[in-house]
Design a protein around this ligand. Structure first.
Ligand code: MN
Ligand code: MN
Length: 289
């Protein structure tokens, strides 16, 4: 089990390095996404979720659609959030291209947070550290996004690691796998849902009357299990047909739509994230060296 987490972490780290090298202004986001996801597979992993390429005031859950023409501009602040799994053991890591001090604030908050992690650390204490580091640099942490515990095949397994000292407290336990992900913003410090959805996830078995929708559900269950997937990963349907079937499955409650999250006041957002294993006297960050 530990070996597979370390393997997923190492792949995620290498893919992150690869992404830092290849991402340049003028590139199409779709091409960036495809190169990153192909690299995960080339290194022996599988995407644990579609690579998130969220720009500027979009904080999370954006991934290009198959017909996206969106291009990265010089001034863009791009969050690159990468998930890798090996046999269901997940590593989750993110970095930001551009953003200057805003990005540095999220990175510093992450390293300070990691420095206090050990068995017994309170997640609210982690939130306190993150908030303090980001605020003293003149920005706001996003309070309704946060890190999370990870289990096999389960990206968000129940414990939240907040970016502010709010919510339910929990003392970290030895052997737990958690992701810490400070988001710093120049807006109000909150994200809101948009109507846009590019990432879906199977949640439960429900009776589906429409035959095409039922077949699609069986297919995504088989291919992606309980992990999030992109609409662009599903081939063999026209855009319109796929849209109808996915809408049907969301309405029926079989699929969860991960809506694109935008900063409430359209402020810029930066993110840094690592996955780590809690140890008795510290932690092992699996997604960096
Ligand atoms: Mn992530
Ligand atoms: Mn995460």
């Amino acid at each position: 089990m530990l070996r597979k987490y370390l393997e997923a972490g190492k792949i995620a780290f290498e893919v992150k390095e690869f992404a830092r090298e290849i991402i340049t202004p003028g590139m199409d986001l779709l091409r960036i996404a495809e190169l990153i996801e192909a690299k995960i597979v080339e290194l022996g992993g599988k995407p644990a979720f579609p690579v998130n390429l969220s720009k500027n005031d979009v904080a999370a859950h954006y991934t290009p659609s198959r017909d996206s023409k969106e291009t990265l501009l010089e001034e863009d602040v791009l969050k690159v959030d990468i998930g890798v799994h090996v046999d269901g053991y997940i590593a989750d890591t993110a970095f930001t291209v551009g953003g200057g001090n805003l990005t540095k604030a999220s990175e510093k908050a992450l390293s300070e947070a990691i420095s206090i992690v050990k068995a017994g650390t309170s997640v609210l204490e982690i939130g306190r550290v993150i908030e303090q580091v980001i605020r003293e640099r003149g920005f706001k942490p996003i309070e309704n996004l946060g890190g999370h515990s990870i289990d096999r095949w389960n990206l968000h397994s129940g414990v939240t690691v907040p970016n502010v000292p709010k919510g339910r407290d929990f003392k970290l336990k030895e052997g737990m796998v958690i992701a810490i992900e400070p988001f710093s913003s120049m807006g109000s410090g909150r994200v809101v849902d948009t109507e846009e959805v590019y990432i879906f996830q199977f949640i439960r078995e429900v009776p589906i009357r429409l035959k095409g929708a039922r077949e699609l559900l069986n297919r995504v269950k088989l291919e992606f299990g309980s992990l999030p997937f992109a609409e662009r990963w599903i081939s063999g349907y026209s855009k319109r047909t796929l849209e109808i079937l996915m809408t049907e499955l969301v309405k029926a409650g079989a699929l969860y739509p991960h809506r694109v999250l935008r900063e409430a006041k359209r402020g810029l957002v930066a993110q840094a994230e690592e996955t780590l294993i809690v140890e008795r006297d510290g932690c092992e960050v699996i997604t960096s060296l």
